[in-house]
Design a protein around this ligand. Structure first.
Ligand code: C5P
Length: 230
């Protein structure tokens, strides 16, 4: 099957560690699209803010920094688009615990979000894209051709993230990962601006018990429906 020529934008939203990034990449590769994980833009900005010595509570300084920051997008691994901040690729640093702890606090600041959203839209103008995040279907690209919202139980998400961190050589416990994930979910769902929620026209997919390939295949089937992208 070949995707409709008009199909350009697919959004995948959902909570922490639901598999958006792996699923989005598999899907993009199958469609011949590019994949962008918008969490990376928030993480990259958080890395820059911490590197500049700012705390997540210094709202005014963070807003100024967001306005003064230049992002570029470059081809990354496979179909993935990488984010450069002021010309630097810091992707290996953005999963550091300090970034993990601060990112949801910084992502709550509406003026910082406005800058990040403008960058995400700029990229969507130029590519056939699968874009993953929290507010892509609701705020960033409400005009997308297909919107998917992934769910999974908090225990399943915590055990996936825990395994990933162990594989990367991390030294953590399941309880720590679970607590961090619940804290970030809470911030993401309760923030007044762009909270994590499904768009009213999103397809909701429960991923408990499914492999990431199975989830990607289900979304691919949705993308092939004759009404999508028309
Ligand atoms: O998806 P990931 O866990 O890498 O995202 C890191 C953080 O960035 C999230 O916890 C959330 O606070 C923020 N984020 C967001 N909106 C997005 C993507 C990520 O607020 N579209």
């Amino acid at each position: 099957m070949v995707p409709s020529l008009n199909l350009r934008l697919i959004t995948i939203d959902g909570p922490v560690a639901v598999g958006k990034s792996t699923v989005g990449l598999l899907l993009a590769e199958k469609l011949g699209f590019q994949f962008f994980d918008t969490g990376v833009i928030y993480r990259t900005f958080t890395w820059k803010a911490l590197d500049a010595g700012l705390s997540p509570l210094e709202t005014d300084a963070l807003i100024q920094l967001a306005h003064a920051t230049a992002f570029q997008f470059a081809p990354g691994e496979g179909a993935r688009l990488a984010v450069l901040i002021d010309g630097l690729n810091v992707s290996s640093l953005v999963t550091a615990p300090q970034v993990e702890q601060s990112v949801a606090l910084i992502a709550k600041i509406p003026e910082v979000r406005e800058c990040m959203v403008a960058e995400q839209r700029r990229m969507a103008d130029d590519h056939k894209l699968v874009m993953a995040g929290r507010d892509i279907g609701t705020v960033v690209l409400p005009w997308a051709d297909l919107k998917v919202f992934l769910t999974a139980s908090v225990e399943e998400r915590a055990s996936r993230r825990y395994k990933e961190q162990l594989e990367r050589g991390g030294d953590t416990s399941y309880a720590t990962v679970l607590a961090d994930l619940q804290r970030r979910d809470h911030y993401d769902m309760t923030r007044p601006v762009s909270p994590l929620k499904a768009a009213t026209d999103a397809v909701i997919l429960d991923t408990d018990g499914l492999s990431q390939q199975e989830v990607a295949d289900k979304i691919y089937e949705l993308a092939m429906r004759p009404d999508v992208g028309q």
